[in-house]
Every structure is written in structure tokens, then in C-alpha cells.
Ligand binder design. Sequence first.
Ligand SMILES: Nc1ncnc2c1ncn2[C@@H]1O[C@H](COP(=O)(O)OP(=O)(O)OP(=O)(O)O)[C@@H](O)[C@H]1O
Ligand SMILES: [Mg+2]
Length: 378
Amino acid sequence: MVALFDSPARSRRARLADHHDAEALAWAWRQACEGAGLCRSVDTPTGATISTPKVTGVHLGPPTSLVVALTPGQLPGDVRAAAHRIAPHLGAVALRIEPRGMTHVRVTLLDVDPLAGTLPMLPGPGVLLGRDEGGTCLRAEPGDLPHAIVQGVTRSGKSVWTYGLLAQLAHRPDVLVAGCDPTGLLWRPFAGSRHAPWQSSGLADLAAHEAVLRRVVDEMDARIRDLPADRDTLAVTPARPLLVVVLEEYPGLLRVLDAAKSRDDDPGKRVRALVSRLLAEGAKAGVRVVILAQRAEASVVGAFERAMCSLRISFRCDNRASVDLLHPGADPAVADAHTAALPGIALLSRPGHDLTRIRAPFLGGYAEYVAAIAGAAA
Ligand SMILES: Nc1ncnc2c1ncn2[C@@H]1O[C@H](COP(=O)(O)OP(=O)(O)OP(=O)(O)O)[C@@H](O)[C@H]1O
Ligand SMILES: [Mg+2]
């Protein structure tokens, strides 16, 4: 029998009904785990025995939650990965899975998507990248950020995520915001700031983009040359700030550069080569690249570039194949569902963690971005 937690003072009849509900839930859990493949089949002389993570307690709530004992070798992440298949069979929109001790998890039944509603720019250490379904904020110190690639169809939330990132970085004396923005919007509020000489905007002057990237590469080379004999990575300081190189609408920039190609001049090839060098050598020299694209397809971001970007974020994608580009091996059901994601909801991969569904922080519209940068970037 399943233990029923926290039943308040209730009549005997009501308590009996609660026990029925708890047993029914535990049974539904077992069935759903079997269907979702969260089970182990052991052959015995009398036939196969299926074992699923066992419900050891139920809290009828609201919110309703189960305490589940993991089977040997199982991790909370395994339950999390199957949660979207199990949730509907428990009458929930989604499940929140939290470790409980070393061998159990608490499974909370959610009746609204935990990522519904906007996420304000919550204060805290480092930069806020987003919040996961369990309510945990994903944060990183700027120096710990890897190279990143962000994709998503139009109006899915790439620029808004970037506004949030830059608003959190621009005021830091140990960060310089650099890069190329063919749309001409991203760098407008930086005009006149210490960051501006490292930025190029618009499509009127194509050579400016190459010049900015060349300047960052030259700085990277100088930094690597000057590395002390006993160090293999540069310590980021206000004197040697982290250079965050944002390539907004990178495919669009490459398209225009490729169109300008002539028999003896290939600016697109040179820009690709500069970006490849930043990706390959920048991490140890305090340079981080953030590539933004509607689709991280091979003609834009080759396998090498993709491999260098270990932070990968996909806002809504057109199809499963697009999700696979940045998150190979993602559960097809998760990838399919992501084709209908709301603006600001993304799948995020980072080293050492499972694929995570997140809500990106929302600083506000363009006006709020301009105000945040104008107040921060001196
Ligand atoms: N994190 C978020 N929270 C709430 N709403 C968001 C969020 N991100 C984006 N939106 C909404 O979606 C709209 C489009 O977002 P955004 O401009 O970032 O799209 P985009 O991916 O950059 O598109 P494009 O490729 O056309 O530039 C925003 O104006 C905003 O209304
Ligand atoms: Mg945009």
C-alpha cells in the first residue's frame, strides 16, 4: 500500500477515498512508466518481470506529488527525460522532478506549463541565462560562459535573449561587448561608449564588419603572445576584459558578403576564417563568440564551428531536423513539441547537463533594452 502524506483531519470515508486516489495514481504511474520505457525487464523462469520506479508516498495536495524510489542505476535525469510522456497519464500538463536524498525523487504534478508567463530579469550572481522547468535559474559568471550559438525562427526570442545578456554585461568593467550586427539595431544604444569601437552595424559598410573581427583577432593574438610562461589561459581583468563577440543574424551577414564576392576578392571567406579562429583559439584568450541564426545550418555554421559552441540554445524551430542540428540525440517527441514553442521558450544544451527546456528572461522591448544599455555602458 502507498503511504499517504499530510492528510488533514478528514472523515473516515474521505480518507478511504484519498487512499483509493493514491493507489490509482500509483497504478497510473506504473503503467505510464512502462509505456514510456522507464522500466527494466528481468527474465525469470516464470516469464518477464517488469520493474518500474516504485511510488513510496503520495501527497494529494494541491499540488499533488509522488515520492518515487529510483531503481538501481537510475538517476533523476532519467525520470526527467521521460516526464513529458508520463505527465498526461497522471492528468498533468507537466511534471517537476526533484531529487530527494540519493535514491528518491519527488514528482510534482503541474496543471500549467511551468514555463508559462514571462521571467523578469531577476537580480543575482553572474548572468541569468534562463529558468528551467523546476524553477531553477541558470546563471553563469561571464568568464565561465563558453562560446554560444542561438537559433530560432523569426520572432522566437533570439534578440530578446541577447538584449538580456548584453544588458547584464555592458556595465561590467571586465567585459567589452563586440561584434557585427547587420540589422543595425543591436549597437545603437552603445554609441559613444567604450564598447563602440569594437562594434559594426548595418550593411552600408561591409568592410567594417571584417575590420571589427580582424581587430578582435589581433587582440586575441596579442593576448596569446603575452600569456605568462606558467599560464595557458588569460585571467580576465578590467585591463584585459572579456571580449564578448556577438554575431547577430550571422547567416544574413554572410549572404551579403558572399553576394559581394568577385573573381579576386572573397570577403565572406575571410570573415568565416576570422570567426573560425576566434572559436578555435578565443576561449583561452578571454574571447567568447555568440552566434545568432534563424537556423544553424551547415552552410552557415560548419560542424567545426558548431562543435566549438558548447552552449547551444534553440528557440522555436521549424522542424525536428533543426532541433537536431544543435541538440543531436534530443528525444524526437521533445523536438516535435518544440516546433510549437511560445516566444522566449528554448531548449538549452550545455556541458555536463541534460537537454533543458528553459524560459528566457524578458528585459522588456527594445525601449527597455536601449534604456538598460544607455544606463550601463559608459
Ligand atoms: N523571453 C521572452 N519572454 C516573453 N516574450 C518574449 C521573449 N522573447 C521574445 N518574446 C516576444 O517575442 C517577440 C519577438 O522576439 P525577438 O525579437 O527576440 O525574435 P527573434 O528571434 O530575434 O526574431 P528575428 O529572427 O525576426 O529577429 C518579442 O517582441 C516579444 O514580444
Ligand atoms: Mg532578432
